[in-house]
Design a protein around this ligand. Sequence first.
Ligand code: ZN
Length: 245
Amino acid sequence: MEQLDLLAIRNRQTPLNVRESSRARNMTIHVIPHRGIEIVVPRRTSAASVQRFVEKHRHWIRQTQEELDNSTDAPVDVLPQEIYLRAIDKKLEVSYQQLTGPRGWRYLGTQTIGLTCSRAHYDQGIQVLKRWLQHEGKRWLVPWLYDVADELQLSFKRVQVRGQKTRWGSYSSSGTLSINYMLLFLAPELVRYLFIHELCHTRHLNHSKKFWRLVGQFDANYKRNEKRLNNTRALIPDWLLSTTM
Ligand SMILES: [Zn+2]
């Protein structure tokens, strides 16, 4: 679904982004401080029903927006000095020394990554950090996924690590399992749940009763985890969400 019209709230134009999610069963509203509003909708939701939904909750949106804007600092487009990868409990400092060589990153010891761009070059820095996250995703998430697959005795042909904005993972009938490097910011049990969810799609390509029964065999808390997974935006750093992926 494409970007809907801008929503006029409080005499200002608020960016309203509509995101389809195969996991969503109901429409949900996410207010992102100082930035805009995201409506997550189940697949094949019509634009008209999204519009009705937004109209119905206009008052709540306006109130929440005001509360959040007043309680959080104005956004400053600065790159992070520290990054915490919750999934693997790893904290890193980011150093923006002007390193020599092409634009990129490299480890300076085990606790610091150095970027070959200045902190003032926001977009460049984000691009480099995304490349680094993808690298970390391949390094940590992929072997972990294979471990879970072994444990569950479910297999797939190949794995891709991407930075999809709309989903944590996916599985295609061609045998490719995709995982999002942003999983690195989530709690380990949620990453494991996502792996279980996608691996179960290797048996059932849909969200049928059979599919959920299989998921439930491997994760007794799957309902709660599924919900949590849909409410994790607060854990993803702002610098990563504020740009297009
Ligand atoms: Zn699914």
